[in-house]
Structure formats: structure tokens, C-alpha cells
Unconditional design. Structure first.
Length: 115
């Protein structure tokens, strides 16, 4: 699963076989700047919702082609701005990010990761 967090910038992580790998895909070159310049908060303000949405769809297409995930989850505050989602995407809930963080600090839950 590829997670793309549309917020101040562009957060990203890849989850494979239960392993979370944080990424910095937002800093990769895209058009004349970086992905996060177009799909982050600055991009939404500068481009307007219609062009920003087009940039989000294009970003998902490029990053999905490169990473080949089974699914893409779009999260963050910007995900709420999208009326429709790109093919192969689902919307993630921000509450799940907090739940995952809490689980990592719970020794009983985290112990199964080393088994």
C-alpha cells in the first residue's frame, strides 16, 4: 500500500508485508518544482481547486506507476478537498494515523512485530 498524505506538503509511506517504510516522495521533481509544491497546501492556494485536483491525479498516476502498489490511500486534510478519487485509491481517516502511532508505543501490541 502506498500512503500519500495531502497536507502542508506531501507525506508518503509504503507498507509492504506489514513493514512501514517512510518515504520522501514529495521532494522529487515534478513539472517545474516538486510534487509537494503542487499538491500540498501551497499548491491548492496557488493553483485553485480545479488545477490542484488535476495535479493530485497526475501525482497519484506517476507515483503509482513507479511504486506499483496494490492500493493507494490518500489522507491528510487535503484528501477532504477531493470530490472524486483517482482510480485505485481510497480515502484514509486521520484517526487511523493516531491509532497506528499509539500502537507503536504499546509494548504488548508492538511485541508481535518481532515474532
Amino acid at each position: 500500500m502506498l500512503f500519500l498524505g495531502l497536507g502542508t506538503g506531501l507525506g508518503s509511506a509504503l507498507i509492504e508485508d506489514g513493514t512501514i517504510e517512510p518515504l520522501e516522495l514529495g521532494h522529487l521533481p515534478f513539472r517545474k518544482k516538486t510534487f509537494e509544491d503542487y499538491v500540498g497546501e501551497r499548491g491548492l492556494k496557488k493553483l485553485g481547486k480545479k488545477k490542484w485536483t488535476k495535479a493530485v491525479f497526475e501525482t497519484v498516476e506517476h507515483l503509482s506507476s513507479a511504486m506499483e502498489p496494490d492500493e493507494v490511500v490518500l489522507g491528510g486534510g487535503g484528501a477532504k478537498e477531493l470530490e472524486e478519487l483517482p482510480d485505485g485509491c481510497r480515502r484514509g481517516e486521520n484517526e487511523n494515523a493516531f491509532l497506528g502511532g499509539f500502537r507503536l508505543w504499546d509494548p504488548d501490541w508492538a511485541s508481535h512485530l518481532t515474532e
